[in-house]
Design a protein around this ligand. Structure first.
Ligand code: GLC
Length: 421
């Protein structure tokens, strides 16, 4: 199965890096501020990724428990981080560095799966037509800008660049295309699968990298779907078939480095989101936006370090785990890995956690962080719940006895060994 490694890994790192990192105010800055090419040019002329250290990036991903990384090869601004022969708008012409090469080499050295992100949108390319998403949409006579622009030529460029990426850099495990917006708006057309010739582009991917996973953002179905900046609340099913899915999430709402944005998610929230995804059979791709020099921002490094410390003790509740066919108690979520059921506790109850339907199904219970045994019992469902010991739980409920003090970890996990009956 093509996506076996992906299902197994569950946790990946997204890396958004480009000219917008130096602008430091969101990767959509060119669009938000309607910047012309000339106005955006200083970020190219002053691009200086002296602290972009692919080996450190790969090491950080590994220490955070992430099994794959996905780097922006080109974002919507059109700037390329590899040695494309089809444009001079690249990191090689800017600073003489093929950052994609550095990146794939570093990941392979750490044994981490290699993912690429590639924007099918391109605000720099002269043939890419202006539409409601384009930085020039509000220019005077903006519609006239499309005279002479030819999407057929752009398509050739797009396919040519994807070919470069999929032939010059060895085995690529994963490709995240971004994105399709077929709806019309504000007097403009959008762009749909036909604008990319999505079928042919996907066929090219299959031909050049048959094992590679491809996402759904060419506007046609492929290998997995990509909920963005929200958490699904159930396994994702289409026409009765469960889909492979991956929630992509930011640390602060912006994908590219955004210096003044302090909306940083807490490490606790992030590990909850991670196990929540796994509990519904999905993955989480957590983004970092390296700063203008290419370094991982200290606040991001600190967040990842905390997640990594949690993963060090609890990764078996995530990696190789998936959806469990039991209804969890109100305090948390279940993930299942072989004969081990993991209960990640979002809140810490007093003394006991009651697990409906698990009486007789668990042979051993322990806290995962320190391996300490937990007493279990089954209370009499017919007894009143107003006496001095737990009682009145539904038939078949297993009660796990907990210490009063919550373990000092981001999120405690109880490991339950199932009897298999
Ligand atoms: C969106 C945004 C983009 C980001 C991507 C990540 O489509 O356009 O900036 O790269 O999501 O999923």
């Amino acid at each position: 199965m093509r996506q076996e490694w992906f299902d197994d890994a569950r946790f990946g790192m997204f890396v958004h890096f480009g000219l917008y990192s130096g602008a430091a105010r969101h990767e959509w800055v060119q669009n938000y501020e309607r910047l012309t090419d000339e106005e955006y040019r200083p970020y190219f002329d002053n691009f200086d990724p002296d602290l972009f250290d692919a080996a450190a990036l790969a090491k950080t991903a590994k220490e955070t428990g992430m099994g794959y990384v996905v780097l922006t090869t080109k974002h919507h601004d059109g700037f390329c981080l590899w040695d494309s022969k089809l444009t001079d708008f690249t990191s090689v012409t800017a600073v003489g560095r093929d950052l994609v090469r550095e990146y794939v080499d570093a990941l392979r050295a750490e044994g981490i799966r290699v993912g690429l992100y590639h924007s099918v949108i391109d605000w720099h390319h002269p043939d890419f037509t202006v539409d409601w998403n384009h930085p020039r949409r509000d220019d005077e006579n903006a519609h006239a800008l499309n005279e002479g622009r030819d999407m057929a030529r752009y398509r050739e460029y797009l396919h040519g660049q994807v070919r470069e990426l999929l032939t010059e850099y060895g085995d690529i495990d994963y490709l995240f295309f971004d994105f399709t917006y077929p709806e019309s708006k504000d007097g403009w057309e959008g762009k749909g699968p036909q604008d990319w010739d999505a079928e042919a582009l996907l066929a090219l991917c299959r031909e050049l990298q048959p094992e590679m996973l491809v996402n759904d953002r060419l506007g046609i179905p492929a290998d997995f779907v990509t909920p963005e900046q929200y958490q699904p609340t159930a396994p994702i099913v289409r026409d009765g078939v469960p889909l492979v899915w991956e929630a992509c999430q930011t640390l602060n709402g912006s994908w590219g480095y955004h210096r003044d944005n302090t909306d940083q998610k807490s490490p606790v929230l992030l590990v909850q989101m991670l196990v929540d995804s796994v509990s519904m059979g999905g993955n989480m791709l957590l983004n970092i936006g390296p700063d203008g020099r290419g370094a991982i921002a200290p606040r991001d490094a600190a967040t990842l370090a905390e997640i990594g410390e949690w993963m060090r003790l609890h990764d078996r509740a995530v990696i190789g785990a998936g959806h469990a066919p039991f209804t969890p108690p109100r305090e948390g979520v279940y993930t299942l890995r072989g004969d081990r059921l993991y209960l990640s506790l979002f809140s810490w109850p007093l003394g006991f956690v009651h697990l409906p339907g698990l009486a007789g199904k668990v042979s051993y219970a322990r806290l995962l962080n320190d391996g300490s045994w937990l007493r279990t019992s089954v209370s009499d469902p017919d007894q009143q719940a107003d006496l001095m010991t737990p009682a009145g739980e539904a038939e078949g409920t297993l009660t796990v006895h907990l210490p009063v003090r919550r373990p000092d970890v981001l999120m405690p996990v109880i490991e339950l060994r199932l009897t298999g009956e």
